[in-house]
Design a protein around this ligand. Structure first.
Ligand SMILES: [Mg+2]
Length: 504
């Protein structure tokens, strides 16, 4: 029995063979698994590398998105988010945040004379110096152009504020070598503190900006700290803005008139209409105080239109009665950039019934040179209705005679800055004489502005300038007064047997 149960040699052979096969199969599986593992490992390595690569890319993009390409400082966007973060940190920790707005003095001039390359080198150097002077944790940004900012966290009483301003200013006032030249552009700095001065980020920036403006006006190379006086000024300005928005609608902005006199005949030939604001609390406000504000608030169009229509209604009668030949009105450059300016003005003239041929539109050379094609199209469109254009304030900008003379203007008004030294400064006298000859040769008329005394008027007449405007003849005055003035001047002129020889 036992013999029968014992495995035969053949059986053993089969078993061994089966086991060998099983083992081989297992080995094969193991190998397969190992290889699968290996390739999985490789895939995972590749993926990890790719993830690293993408992370790097993301950081680079984030950095570029937050960095000013020229200086490597924070850009405007990063400045805003940085400021928000600093303010909320200051809120949590009970610290203060100083905002230092920095503007280079005379940078534009350097850029214009030495070129953009030199300008860029200066901006880079300024970036380096600001980073060196700032403390760890301060944020340094370039906001654009030659404007920089430093955001500095400090003790709640802000006691370090002046020290840092001194240091920033000192580093920027040091001369720098740019393209082999020693330059000292210098800078002005305005500072405001949160929460000591301002309640939020917007206010902080506005206040620092007001302080910067004061530093610039105080003669540059200075820093200025926001204070109570600036706060009052800011509040006053805000009230004025609110009032100005309603002023035209309330009829508070009215035209005044100043005569233009022909010094040869003594006759009043025309008037210039000038806007005045009769403020209910503050009294008379001059245009240099409210026109720039109106331009900023973008309500200048509405104001100009209202003053223009009133002026047309008043002066239209004087033209009709032959008291004057023309009325000049000033137009804001803000309106001139509108392609429809000429059409709108013509519509307005038609609405008032003022004779277009008696209207002179005064435009400053700054606008004329800014967009010659648009200026030309406005002037030509106005000319189709007989409206003339005068070049105002001639001589205070970068007068480009060649360009200006190509435009179909009718009159050139020489600014007071050129005429005030007539007869005193020989070179200025020669220049105005030349201008008088040139404009006459071109068939243009010339008006001298700012004629303040008789000697002045006689000198101007002697060099060939006959039309004048200025305090010597009359100051600007309200409509009723101008009406009386014109009637008196006309009576005096008509009762005179001969044309006047003297200017007075
Ligand atoms: Mg004018």
């Amino acid at each position: 029995m036992s013999d029968q149960n014992a495995p035969s040699a053949e059986d053993l052979q089969r078993l061994i063979e089966a086991e060998r096969i099983a083992r081989a199969e297992a080995e094969a599986k193991t190998r397969e698994l190992y290889e699968a593992n290996l390739s999985l490992q490789m895939m995972s390595d590749t993926l990890a590398a790719r993830v690293d690569e993408l992370e790097g890319e993301r950081a680079r993009v984030m950095h570029v998105g937050r960095t000013d390409a020229l200086t490597g400082l924070l850009n405007r966007g990063a400045f805003h988010s940085g400021l928000t973060e600093k303010l909320s940190a200051s809120h949590r920790f009970g610290t203060a945040v100083g905002l230092y707005l920095i503007d280079l003095d005379g940078f534009k001039e350097v850029n214009d004379t030495l070129g953009h390359e030199a300008g860029d080198l200066i901006l880079q150097e300024v970036g380096v110096r600001l980073l060196e002077s700032a403390r760890g944790g301060d944020l340094v940004a370039r906001l654009g152009g030659d404007e920089f900012a430093v955001i500095a966290e400090m003790a709640a009483d802000g006691s370090e504020k002046t020290q840092l301003a001194d240091r920033l200013l000192a580093t920027l006032m040091k001369p720098m070598r740019v393209m082999g030249r020693a330059l000292s552009p210098g800078a002005s700095i305005g500072v405001a503190l949160y929460p000591n001065h301002a309640a939020d980020a917007g206010e902080l920036q506005r206040f620092a900006d007001m302080a910067l403006y004061r530093a610039k006006n105080a003669g540059r190379g200075q820093h200025s700290m926001f204070d109570e006086a600036l706060r009052l000024e800011g509040e006053h300005r805000r009230r004025l803005e609110a009032d100005l928005r309603l002023a035209a609608g309330r009829g508070e902005i009215v035209p005044w008139f100043q005569p233009v006199v022909d010094a040869n005949s003594g006759r009043v030939v025309g008037v210039e209409s000038l806007a005045r604001w009769n403020h209910p609390r503050e009294g008379l406000i001059f245009p240099d105080k409210f026109i720039p504000v109106a331009e900023e608030l973008d309500i200048i169009g509405e104001i100009d239109a209202s003053v223009f229509e009133q002026a047309c209604a008043i002066a239209g009668k004087w033209v009709e009665e032959g008291l004057i030949a023309s009325m000049a009105c000033n137009v804001s450059p803000r309106e001139l950039v509108d392609v429809n300016f000429a059409d709108n003005l013509i519509q307005r003239i038609d609405k008032t019934g003022f004779p277009p041929k008696a209207l002179v539109v005064e435009i400053t050379e700054t606008f004329l040179l800014q967009d010659m094609d648009l200026a030309r199209s406005h002037i030509e469109r106005l000319a189709t209705r007989g409206v003339r254009v005068a070049l105002d304030d001639f001589g205070i900008g970068y007068s480009n005679l060649r360009a200006l003379m190509q435009l179909p203007i009718s009159t050139v008004k020489i600014d007071r800055s050129l005429t005030q030294d007539i007869g005193v400064d020989e070179r200025m006298t020669a220049l105005v004489r030349l201008l008088a000859q040139t404009t006459r040769a071109l068939g243009l008329s010339m008006i001298a502005e700012g004629v303040e005394d008789e000697a002045h008027a006689i000198q101007l007449r002697a060099i060939g300038c006959h039309r004048m405007q200025g305090y010597w003849f009359a100051r600007p005055m309200p409509g009723e007064q101008m009406d009386a003035y014109l009637r008196k001047a006309s009576d005096a002129f008509q009762s005179r047997p001969e044309p006047r020889r003297n200017v007075a």
